[in-house]
Write a protein that binds this ligand. Sequence first.
Ligand code: ADP
Length: 293
Amino acid sequence: MYMSLIEKISEQIATVTGGDFVCKNQQSIGGGCINSAFRLDGDGTSYFVKHNSAHLLDMFIAESEGLQAMADTNTIRVPKPVCYGVADNQSYLVMEYLRFDGGRSVDLLGEQLAAMHRHTQERFGFHVDNTIGATPQDNTPHNDWVSFWQQRRLGYQLNLAKRKGCGRKLIDDGERLQELIPRFFTDYRPQPAILHGDLWSGNYSYADDGQPVIFDPATYYGDREADIAMTELFGGFGRGFYDAYNNAWPLDPGYSVRKTLYNLYHIINHFNLFGGGYLGQAEAMTDRLIAEV
Ligand code: ADP
């Protein structure tokens, strides 16, 4: 499997780590939604490598930046990015390999995520654009959260949906909702919090020491409620997670309404990626939000 690619990646690992990494064994890893992945084993150290077509290097650079930004908070474990590049017509990202077989402390996940969310910067957005699933995610910085969500999140996905032929209802109602967004924020002013950005249950696990790990991010600085909303989108993370998060940093009561606004972004994205029943779901969510404000 990809012998020359593996040799070139191993050489780069050796260069950036200042060691003499020699690959002794490699193993394919399944389970990803977007990329192919494998583990490289040297003497005592293993690395996790994702790869895809060469033209997708920017996607991996952005993922590396997101992982590094979250790692820099020293609050919750993320795989440390090691290097990225292009070899043999493949772009790749190398990160620390983590053995996912530890305990199950969903409480710790909630507590550590709240601690991560305390990390702020001046503006909403991120210094690089990244991807949400396979869709580009526009992280152009804004001083104001409402305009960020209107343009860079809801507006961006609505434009894509229009091009995918979603029909007038979602576009007309979605544009109406865009105008109404300020009403969801009349007495709530979120600060820019560092977010994982794609926090569904497939993107967290536990390392062999029991520590929660979050990975495969779409990082940016935004309202922390957007991360929590996504945890609820496909079934929820369990009572202990929400209790621990709220103990560490209580959510605003208006979250229960805004979470639909935040998850609408992901549902329109799912329509744009997969089509089908996500259109009806997006329309129903839009109707509900318009009725609620
Ligand atoms: P994709 O970008 O294709 O969605 P993921 O980042 O979700 O890929 O990774 C695919 C799978 O590989 C994950 O579901 C997880 O089980 C495993 N994985 C991800 N990161 C690591 C890591 N750093 N160490 C070990 N396994 C990992």
